[in-house]
Every structure is written in structure tokens, then in C-alpha cells.
Design a protein around this ligand. Structure first.
Ligand code: SAJ
Length: 416
């Protein structure tokens, strides 16, 4: 640990904040995790976790027991503030920075000369500068880097998180980090902090560039998936096997097309492109089209299921998987969830949902009649139509003879 960075305050104990807090505490920092959710604060204070991520529970328990990780509702004086709050979008797809603004308000009263603040939340271009401006309004006694540059008392940088759910604790340490300072000194200071606990390389730049880099990464992936999805729709139209086309095309040394699926879910790839579209609406032609293609995929899948179900008198439809991707429980923005909900609401058939990673049905489905949770065996026995929505490992090895005589829609290419 480097002098000057002993006390770290992590604002937002979610998918990124809590694992980061746990890693820092295990490296010997004194960490305070701050969250607006009282349940999260009490769970972490007791050494438990509020979401599933490999090894996180053990790490949090150890850090709390060692007295190096605490959780609270209020921010306290610290050397470093890491901001890991959500940046969702509004109903009309505009970035919602209200959590970041609240974070600035909570930091301002306890801010001291020499403090480092790093925003890790995915942010539209210009957010780090706006954060500095908010702080300047609240603390006119302090000099801030958007105005006072290299000489500012407070150092402010943006370093977007790039971790993949399911591998967060590994990737937090191993991945390279882009670090964009509001001044070169801010970037160097933030890099000095990260170098104390990451093995990846720190790549220094300015804040606006770092903000855009993160948005570009996820928009690239969104566009690549949209391309795969469009190919799969074209293949359906032409009666050609899309998986075979993509397998062969990817044998070209310079072609690497991602996989088609039922749509793009999660809280990152389906959201971040909108931040670019909002900043440069006229220029974001391809990025907007990709969003449209991916958002339309659930409708395409529902149409296929409806067509398959029409062959049966009172169809029973087994929907395998609800999460937004394989082997996790997270169902935020999940296309599988949207598909199941639409099938049920439109009365396409009796729906049996199989989700080995969830206890019960999530809230949006709970209220929908005609949907029941089932185990894999029971669902396969009863189903006329089997719709594979998530490529969970648990579904990979099923005996193919169980699918005989049924209409099968494998949206992930798992059973090829
Ligand atoms: N998907 C496909 N086809 C593919 C790959 C993914 O349909 O070939 C779908 C998935 O099923 C899922 C969605 O896309 O619904 C997104 O899944 P993902 O695993 O690609 O990504 P996330 O959202 O879990 O995490 C991403 C990562 N970004 C990139 O890979 C560029 C991660 O590194 C970021 O930290 C995270 O977004 C984030 O916070 O932005």
C-alpha cells in the first residue's frame, strides 16, 4: 500500500463496488463501503453478500472479520473515493446521472485537500468534468482540476470498470485499466493507486477519451452481435443454417463474428451505446441500427415459437433459461425474460420455465398467469415445444432423445 492511499471509500456496493472493496480490504486498505440501500449495508456489515459471484462471499466475510471492511449509509473522510454507482438510462434512453450527482453530494462535505476521486461508473463523455463542476459548487474553498488543472487540490479521474460478471474478482485484478485524468497529474495519481492492487497495465489518457473508450468497447460488441443476429434472420428467411454459415465464415483468418442469440441483455451492452447516441445522434447511424436489431430479436423469437406452437392443440412450451447470459442468475434486461413474458401474455401456450440459477420466478413473471417454474426433467417430459433461451451448462448435456417429437428452437446453438 502506498502512503496517501490508506483509507478508501467505495460509493455504491453493487457488482463492481463490493468486489473492489473486498479486494482492497484484503490488500490491507481500510475500506468503507457506502450504499443507499439499508439491506445491502446491513448484509455487508455482517460479512455477507447480496448477489452471487464466485469467491466473493468468502472474501467479504474475511475482510469484515479482519476489521478492514465496513459498510455504512454515510460517506466519511478518506484518502481515495471510488465511485461505482449505476448510470442507467431514462425511459427515453437518455443517461440518468442522478446517482452520480448524489455521490458528488455525499463526497463534498468530507472532501480534504489531496484527495483522489475516481469515477468507475460507465459515463457519457463529459461526466468527469461535470462531477468536478458539481464539487466546485458545493466546495468553493477547494481547487478542482476542471478549473485549476495541475495545481488543483483534488485529483479526479475516470477509470471505467471492464469486468465480466462471473469473473469479476479475477478480471478486477488482471485486466488493463484505462485511466483518464482531468489533468495529467490526476491520471498519474489514479494510476499510482491502481498499481498497488492490479496486475494489468494502467493506460493513461484524458477523462473524455477514457469515457468514450468504455462506451466504444460495449458498442463494438453490440454491433458485432447485431451483425450475427441479422445474419441469423437472413438465414431463417433463406432456409440456411446460420450456425453453419458463421462457423465457416469464422474460419477466415480476419473474420470473427460473435454468436446470434435471442437478443442482448445485461446492464451494460444494451445500455452503453445509448450514451454515444445521445452525445452524437446524427453521427451514430450504425450504433443506433445495432441497438434496433438486437432489441427486435425477442420479437423474432416469439414469432418462431408461435409458429411452432400452432402445430399443437394445447401447446405446452418449455422455456429453458431466464438470465441474460449463461451460468449466472442476473436477469436484468434479459431478452429471455421478455420472450417468456410475451409468450404468456399473448396466450401462446402453457409455459414451463426452467432456471437452475434462480429460486422462484422473478417479479415480472410472478404476476403473469400461465407461467410455472419447473425442473428440467419435468419440463422436457411435458413440453411440445422446447425453447432454449440461455446456454447454461446445465442444459448442454441433456440427452437429445428427450427432444424427439418436439419442436425445438435453440436460440443459442447449444445443441448443434
Ligand atoms: N451475447 C450474444 N452473443 C455473443 C455474446 C454475447 O448474444 O456472441 C449476449 C449475451 O447473451 C448477453 C449480452 O450479449 O445477453 C451481453 O453479454 P456479454 O457477456 O457480452 O457482456 P456483459 O454485459 O456481461 O459484460 C460486458 C463486457 N464488455 C465487453 O465484453 C466489451 C464487460 O467487459 C464489461 O465490463 C461490461 O459489459 C460492462 O460493465 O460494461
Amino acid at each position: 500500500m502506498t502512503p496517501g492511499f490508506e483509507r478508501v471509500c467505495v460509493i455504491g456496493l453493487g457488482y463492481v463496488g463490493l468486489p473492489t472493496a473486498a479486494i482492497l480490504a484484503n490488500r490491507g486498505f481500510h475500506v468503507l463501503g457506502v450504499d443507499v440501500n439499508a439491506k445491502t449495508v446491513s448484509m455487508v456489515s455482517e460479512g455477507s453478500v447480496h448477489f452471487t459471484e464466485p469467491d466473493l462471499d468468502v472474501m467479504v466475510r474475511g475482510a469484515v472479520a479482519a476489521g478492514r471492511l465496513r459498510a455504512a449509509a454515510a460517506t466519511e473522510h478518506a484518502d481515495v473515493f471510488l465511485v461505482t454507482v449505476p448510470t442507467p438510462f431514462t425511459a427515453d434512453k437518455k443517461p440518468d446521472l442522478s446517482f452520480l450527482r448524489s455521490a458528488a453530494q455525499s463526497i463534498a462535505p468530507v472532501l480534504d485537500d489531496g484527495n483522489l476521486i475516481v469515477i468507475e461508473s460507465t459515463s457519457p463523455v463529459g461526466t468527469t468534468q461535470a462531477f468536478s463542476e458539481w464539487l466546485a459548487e458545493l466546495r468553493p474553498d477547494l481547487s478542482l482540476p476542471h478549473r485549476d488543472g495541475e495545481d488543483a487540490q483534488i485529483h479526479l479521474a475516470h477509470s471505467p470498470e471492464r469486468v465480466l460478471p462471473g469473473r469479476i474478482l479475477v478480471e478486477l485484478v488482471q485486466n488493463d485499466r484505462v485511466i483518464g485524468g482531468l489533468s495529467a497529474r490526476c491520471a498519474r495519481r489514479a494510476a499510482a493507486f491502481y498499481e498497488t492492487f492490479i496486475n494489468g497495465e494502467c493506460l493513461l489518457t484524458d477523462a473524455r477519451t477514457a469515457e468514450l473508450v468504455k462506451l466504444v468497447e460495449n458498442s463494438y460488441r453490440d454491433a458485432n452481435i447485431a451483425f450475427a443476429n441479422e445474419v441469423s434472420i437472413i438465414c431463417d428467411r433463406l432456409g440456411i443454417d446460420a450456425w453453419e454459415v458463421l462457423r465457416l465464415a469464422n474460419r477466415h483468418p480476419r473474420v470473427d463474428i460473435l454468436k446470434p442469440g435471442p437478443g442482448v441483455g445485461g446492464h451494460c451492452i444494451a445500455v452503453d451505446p445509448w450514451f454515444i447516441i445521445d452525445s452524437a445522434p446524427d453521427e451514430s447511424v450504425l450504433i443506433r441500427a445495432a441497438r434496433r436489431v438486437n432489441d427486435a430479436m425477442p420479437v423474432h423469437v416469439v414469432a418462431k415459437v408461435r409458429e411452432a406452437a400452432e402445430r399443437f392443440k394445447s401447446p405446452c412450451i418449455a422455456c429453458l433459461g431466464l438470465s441474460y447470459k449463461a451460468d449466472i442468475e442476473d436477469a436484468r434486461e434479459s431478452p429471455a425474460l421478455r420472450i417468456v413474458e410475451t409468450l404468456a401474455r399473448e396466450g401462446v401456450g402453457k409455459i414451463l420455465v426452467v432456471e437452475p440459477h434462480a429460486g422462484g420466478l422473478p417479479a415480472p413473471l410472478d404476476a403473469v398467469p400461465g407461467v410455472t417454474k419447473a425442473d428440467l426433467d419435468a419440463a422436457l417430459d411435458a413440453a411440445d415445444v422446447v425453447v432454449l433461451l440461455v446456454d447454461h451448462r446445465a442444459f448442454a448435456g441433456i440427452d437429445r432423445s428427450r427432444l424427439d417429437g418436439k419442436a425445438v428452437i435453440d436460440t443459442r446453438g447449444l445443441w448443434r
